[in-house]
Design a protein around this ligand. Structure first.
Ligand code: HEM
Length: 399
C-alpha cells in the first residue's frame, strides 16, 4: 500500500494558512486535494510569496508615538503613482517639437475626453508632490530621524528631492507656450553662470546657443526617460532602507511596545491619502491648468515667470547686484544642497531632541526663512495669469 502524503509546514513554509497544516499528521483528503491542485492564490503564493510580503508590511513595527506625521511618505508614494499614470496618458497625445507641442497640449486640453482633467491631475500633482515632499523633509529634519543608522535613507531622500525638482523644471517647458519658453530661457541661463564650464553647460542643457527644438527634445527625454528611471531606482532604495531600519520613534522615546502597522497606522495613512487625493481631484476640476499663447522667441515684452517653487531662487537672482549673480545661482543653492547631503555628519550631537541640536536647527530655520520670504516676495510680485493678454483658456482655444 502506497504511503499517503503527509504535509509538514517546514516543507513549504510560504503556503497560506488555509493550506498549511500545522500538525505533523497525515493530510486529509481535502488537504491532499489542495496540495495536488492548489487554488490560484495558493499557487501564486508558492511562486511569488505575496502573502508573506503583504503580511510582513502589515506587521511592520511602529514605535509608540508614531502617528500622523509618518503618513506623508506613503502619501508621496501614492502621488508619484498618479504622476506616472497621468504622465503616460498625456504622452499618448503629446508631440515634442516646437511646431506641434503647443497644438498637441491644446488638443489634450480642449478636445480629448477627460484631457483637461488628466492634465490638471498631472500639473497640480507636481505642485502637491513638492509641498508634501517639503513637509516630509521638515518632519524628518525636526525629528532628527536622519541620524544613525538612517544617514543613507536621508541622503537618498535628498537626491530624490533634486530629481523631483528636475521633473518640474523639464516639465514646465513641454507645453511650449510663452510662460514655458521664457521661464526656460531664464532658467537655463543659470547654467552659464557656473565658473569655468558655464558656457559648455549651457550648450549641453539647451542643445544649442538658444532655447529651441533640441532643448525641447532634451527636456522631454529627461522628463520621460532619464528622471523616471532615476526616481524609480532611488525610491526603491529609499523604501528598502526605511524597512531595513524601521521608522524612528519620537525624539524622546515613549513608554510602550511597538505596535504593528495594521490597523492603526494603516487607518491614518488611508485618511491622509483620501484627503490628499481628494484635494488633488478638487484642484484638477476646479482650477484646470491654463495654456498661454504659443512661444514667440522674437517677442521681447514677456516677463518670465518660473514655477512657484523656483520663485525664491529667481527673486534672489533679481536682487543680486551686477557681477554677483553667481552667488544666487551657484553658491547659495550649492551650499544648501551640500549642507543637506552631509547633514547627518554635520550634526555631531548624539541626541535627536531639537534643543540639543541648536546650531543645526537655527541654520535650518534660517534657510527655511530665506526661501520662504523670497518665495512670498516672488508670489506677491507675479501678475496673475489672466492679467496677461492672451492667457485665458477661451482666448487660447480660439487661436
Ligand atoms: C517622493 C519622495 C519620497 C518618498 C516616496 C518617500 C517615502 C518615504 C516613506 C514611505 C517613509 C516611511 C514613512 C514616513 O516616515 O513618512 C519615509 C521615511 C523617511 N524619509 Fe522619505 N520619501 C521621499 C522623500 C524624502 C526626502 C526628500 C527626504 C529627505 C530629504 C526623505 C527622508 C526620509 C527619512 C530620513 C526617512 C526615515 C524617517 C524615520 O525613520 O522616521 N524622504 N520616506
Amino acid at each position: 500500500m502506497s504511503k499517503r502524503p503527509t504535509y509538514e509546514p517546514h516543507e513549504s513554509p510560504s503556503l497560506t494558512p488555509e493550506v498549511r497544516v500545522d500538525l505533523p499528521r497525515e493530510a486529509s483528503e481535502q488537504e491532499r486535494l489542495q496540495l495536488d491542485r492548489p487554488a490560484f492564490r495558493d499557487w501564486l503564493e508558492l511562486r511569488v510569496g505575496w502573502y508573506g510580503f503583504v503580511r510582513k508590511n502589515l506587521d511592520e513595527p511602529m514605535p509608540p508615538g508614531v502617528g500622523w506625521w509618518q503618513t506623508l511618505g506613503n502619501l508621496l508614494l501614492t502621488l508619484l503613482m498618479f504622476q506616472f499614470v497621468t504622465g503616460i496618458a498625456l504622452a499618448m497625445f503629446y508631440s515634442a517639437s516646437p511646431e506641434t507641442a503647443h497644438a498637441s497640449v491644446k488638443h489634450i486640453t480642449f478636445n480629448v475626453t477627460l484631457g483637461s482633467f488628466v492634465r490638471g491631475l498631472h500639473v497640480w500633482g507636481s505642485t502637491l508632490i513638492v509641498v508634501v515632499m517639503v513637509m516630509h523633509t521638515l518632519r524628518v529634519f525636526f525629528w532628527g530621524s536622519y541620524k544613525k543608522p538612517r544617514e543613507l535613507t536621508w541622503v537618498v531622500g535628498v537626491l530624490i528631492f533634486q530629481v523631483i525638482l528636475g521633473f518640474s523644471f523639464t516639465g514646465y517647458l513641454l507645453p511650449w507656450d510663452q510662460k514655458a519658453y521664457w521661464a526656460t530661457v531664464v532658467g537655463t541661463r543659470i547654467a552659464a553662470t557656473v565658473p569655468f564650464v558655464g558656457d559648455s553647460l549651457l550648450l549641453l542643457v539647451r542643445g544649442g546657443p538658444e532655447v529651441g527644438a533640441l532643448t525641447l527634445t532634451r527636456f522631454y527625454a529627461a522628463h520621460v526617460m532619464l528622471l523616471p528611471a532615476a526616481l524609480m531606482g532611488l525610491v526603491a532604495i529609499h523604501l528598502y532602507l526605511v524597512r531595513r531600519h524601521h521608522i524612528a520613534g519620537p525624539v524622546l522615546p515613549q513608554r510602550g511596545r511597538p505596535v504593528p502597522f495594521y490597523p492603526n497606522q494603516l487607518f491614518k495613512d488611508a485618511v491622509v491619502l483620501l484627503v490628499g487625493v481628494g484635494m488633488l481631484i478638487y484642484m484638477a476640476i476646479g482650477f484646470p491648468p491654463a495654456l498661454e499663447g504659443i512661444a514667440d522667441p522674437t517677442g521681447t515684452d514677456f516677463s518670465p515667470r518660473p514655477e512657484w517653487y523656483f520663485l525664491g531662487l529667481y527673486e534672489l537672482l533679481k536682487i543680486m547686484p551686477a557681477g554677483y549673480e553667481m552667488l544666487a545661482t551657484v553658491v547659495i543653492p550649492g551650499l544648501i544642497s551640500i549642507g543637506m547631503l552631509f547633514l547627518p555628519w554635520l550634526d555631531r550631537s548624539d541626541s535627536r531632541h531639537p534643543a540639543r541640536r541648536q546650531w543645526i536647527i537655527t541654520s535650518g530655520m534660517a534657510v527655511i526663512l530665506l526661501i520662504g520670504l523670497m518665495t512670498l516676495k516672488g508670489i506677491l510680485e507675479t501678475p496673475p495669469p489672466h492679467e496677461v493678454p492672451g492667457e485665458t483658456p477661451e482666448v487660447v482655444a480660439a487661436k
